[in-house]
Design a protein around this ligand. Structure first.
Ligand SMILES: Nc1ncnc2c1ncn2[C@@H]1O[C@H](COP(=O)(O)OP(=O)(O)OP(=O)(O)O)[C@@H](O)[C@H]1O
Length: 236
């Protein structure tokens, strides 16, 4: 669950956000420079809002009133960047293991790198380096690394925009399936309204820092989306 109600002063406008998602995918759409990445960064703890409150799984991680500002490593968030942000000198497996929480951290680790690599069908790539795999494979590795943290919320900043249409369609379906399996909220930033419509249970347009609701979150597990996920499961 994510609840975020905050403002952030930016050089050319003030960003105002009031979003809430308990499960499913919240898609943020909007032009370049509208404020989408800033929203993700405030939720993650990479930027600090000027005012407001952010709660993840009912725990406040930011409150201007109470002076709360939980650091990024304690927010239980997976963050997927547009450019994958893999370490070039590390193998696929080492990159994925990098997401594993350190001993004694709040997360009780039950997943192994092997589990996650198999789940995303990249087990055979474990000893390769990022320069030896395709863009779609890199994105799966980045996703695997984000999932290793066993996040309570997954933030995806245009994760598919650099991919060709076929790879993009496959990964869109994988994201839907993954969300249905993990049952944690995803916040997905995209330029593409079609992608937002296909993936978003809720769609919010951001324009100059102001939000407009394009699609409200309906009943959880809408029939058409469940059918799509069932179809994908049956196809495997
Ligand atoms: N580090 C920064 N310093 C100053 N201004 C910034 C900084 N980062 C972003 N901005 C400004 O804040 C506004 C919102 O930027 P943001 O990156 O959130 O937009 P976006 O919607 O994610 O854009 P894009 O789709 O191009 O990634 C823009 O006007 C941008 O110029």
């Amino acid at each position: 669950m994510l609840k975020a109600h905050f403002k952030k002063k930016l050089p050319s406008f003030e960003l105002e956000v009031d979003v809430s998602i308990s499960n499913g995918i919240l898609a943020l759409v909007g032009h370049s420079g509208a404020g989408k990445t800033t929203i993700l960064q405030c939720v993650a703890g990479l930027q600090t809002p000027s005012w407001g409150e952010i709660a993840i799984s009912n725990k406040p991680v930011f409150s201007s009133e109470l002076g709360t500002n939980v650091p990024i490593r304690k927010r239980r968030i997976g963050y997927l960047f547009q450019d994958y942000a893999l370490f070039p000198h590390m193998t696929v497996e080492k990159n994925v293991l990098y997401g594993k929480p350190k001993k004694g951290s709040a997360s009780e680790q039950v997943l192994t790198a092997g589990d996650v690599l198999e789940m995303l069908k990249i087990g055979h790539l474990r000893n390769r380096y990022p320069s030896q795999i395709s863009g779609g494979e890199k994105q799966r590795v980045a996703l695997a690394r984000a999932l290793m943290t066993e996040p309570e919320l997954l933030l995806l900043d245009e994760p598919l925009s650099a991919l060709d249409q076929n790879t993009r369609s496959t990964l869109q379906q994988e994201l839907l399936k993954l969300q249905a399996q993990w049952k944690i909220p995803f916040v997905l930033v995209t330029h593409d309204l079609q992608e937002a419509e296909m993936l978003g249970d809720q769609i919010i347009k951001i324009d100059h820092g102001q939000q407009e609701i394009i699609k409200e979150q309906g009943e959880q597990g809408k029939p058409e989306k469940l059918e799509l996920v069932r179809g994908l499961n049956n196809a495997r």
